[in-house]
Design a protein around this ligand. Structure first.
Ligand code: EPZ
Length: 430
């Protein structure tokens, strides 16, 4: 896929946010925990979700779209426990199936997953949790084999509040009678959305500061659940409004999940107005806000998935900025691409030092993960001339239904060309 962005246009109007990709993925994985019918609403139609749906079908589920963004998941045939390598390697979140398939089938095999190249992305905390629950884990030729030898509830401490490991342990423990406690769990809204689904399915889950209690049971039932809004895509649109200048409102979002971003935008001097389910941002664009300090940390800290987008914004701030990335050890690939557009960025380990410039210049840039793609698109909105974003592996579409189309409806001028055919996305020049 390739995006051709014509810079210099301000953004006006409203955009509605889809359901959260990073909530939908574990919610879909949790459907293997029951043979009853589960209906999920507000499921975003993005690449990673399509891959997870294909994974569910590969292990015996039938996934039907009842209407746009509403899916019914129920058994097609007996559940199997070894999804195909080709699908697993496309999506890191496929690893979430290891525990649930094991607890249902007695054994599960999964190859080490793929995903964005933003770091080594180990799974040691997932495996520590499953072993604590009594699973036997063996590594066989790049595959992990988990067998439910003598499963039992456990007290598990996570050395790091890993989102995936918390979700993996929660789902597995939900089908192990007795009380499992996770200390130092991830506190992300997406984790709590999964807890709400598991409670509806019959597990008892209680969340207190620093601890998550799961009362497991022998059988979980079907239910209906609505996916929470995507706070990362909401934040991406807010940063788009801030960088390009103009006046936009992001609807169907939960401002409570965006506190770290909203307070930071306010601190930079950007006008932000919170409403019940929407946020409005008003900005004069490049040079109208000051630089600042960002530290990407586990939730409720500043989200790492908005760090690249903020780097684009701070590239055209007044004065200097510092960005420290504490979650992923190599999530600065977008810095080199922004520098090619004229951004002044110096990297020292996991810290980026920026000097704001008044204007970026359009050029050819390449994308290597979902959020970097969004960041470069936002930079293109304010670059002089034309920015061509080459996204060979369609990373942007893994996390966004239609980023170019949404931004064009706000006044941007972006032509999107998929690998098969040339699609010109019309746009009005405001
Ligand atoms: C989830 O990934 C998100 N993905 C990521 O979003 C997000 O960046 C990340 O959480 C942090 O918020 C989904 O939810 C599908 P982690 P996850 O386990 O679960 C280390 C996007 O762009 N770690 O919290 O893989 C790990 O190396 C994606 O939508 C271990 O050391 O993240 C990293 O440094 C990118 N051992 C840190 O924890 C483990 O067993 C965060 O990982 C697991 C993780």
């Amino acid at each position: 896929m390739r995006l051709t962005v014509y810079g210099g246009r301000r953004l006006f109007g409203e955009v509605a946010v889809d359901g959260a990709k990073n909530a939908a993925l574990p919610l879909l994985a949790a459907t293997v925990l029951t043979d009853d019918e589960v209906i999920l609403e507000n499921v975003p139609d993005v690449g990673d979700v399509r891959t997870m749906i294909a994974l569910l079908e590969s292990v015996g589920k039938r996934v039907q779209a009842l209407e746009p963004d509403v899916y019914r998941i129920r058994p097609e045939r007996e559940l199997t426990s070894t999804p195909p390598d080709s699908l697993v390697r496309k999506l890191r979140a496929s690893f979430l199936l290891l525990g649930p398939l094991m607890v249902r089938r007695g054994v599960s095999h999964l190859p080490l997953p793929g995903g964005c190249p933003i770091g080594v992305r180990p799974v040691d905390l997932h495996l520590k949790g499953l072993k604590a629950l009594g699973a036997q884990i063996e590594s066989q030729g790049g595959f992990w084999c988990a067998s439910a030898a003598q499963l039992h509830p456990a007290e598990i401490h996570l050395d790091y509040p890993s989102v995936g490991a918390t979700e993996q342990i929660m789902m597995t423990a939900a089908l192990i009678p007795g009380r499992t406690v996770i200390s130092n769990p991830a506190q992300d809204p997406e984790v709590h959305d999964l807890a709400r689904l598991l409670i509806k399915m019959g597990a008892g889950i209680m969340i207190e500061p620093g601890r998550l209690h799961i009362e497991g049971t022998t059988r979980l039932q079907g239910t209906t659940h609505t996916v929470i809004p995507d706070r990362i895509n909401a934040g991406t649109f807010l940063i788009a409004g801030a960088i390009a200048g103009g006046d936009i409102t992001v609807r169907r979002c939960q401002p409570l999940h965006l506190e770290a971003l909203l307070s930071k935008l306010d601190e930079l001097g950007i006008t932000v107005q919170e409403h019940v389910e929407s946020v409005r941002v008003v900005s004069d664009g490049p040079g109208s806000f000051c630089g600042g300090r960002i530290e990407a940390r586990p939730y409720p800290g500043f989200p790492t998935d908005l760090q690249p987008q903020m780097m684009a914004l701070l590239s055209v701030a007044r004065g200097s900025s510092v960005i420290k990335e504490t979650v992923w050890e190599s999530r600065f690939a977008h810095a080199a691409e922004l520098a090619r557009m004229g951004a002044q960025i110096r990297l020292e380990g996991s810290t980026a030092f920026l000097e704001g410039v008044m204007r970026l210049s359009g050029t050819h840039v390449s994308v290597n993960d979902v959020r970097a793609g969004a960041a470069l698109t936002l930079a293109g909105l304010v670059a002089e001339g034309v920015t061509v974003i080459v996204d060979r592996d369609e990373h942007i579409r893994r996390g966004h239904r239609d980023l170019a189309g949404e931004l064009n409806r706000l006044g941007a001028a972006i032509i999107e060309e998929t690998s098969e055919e040339k699609e010109v996305v019309s746009s009005e020049v405001r």
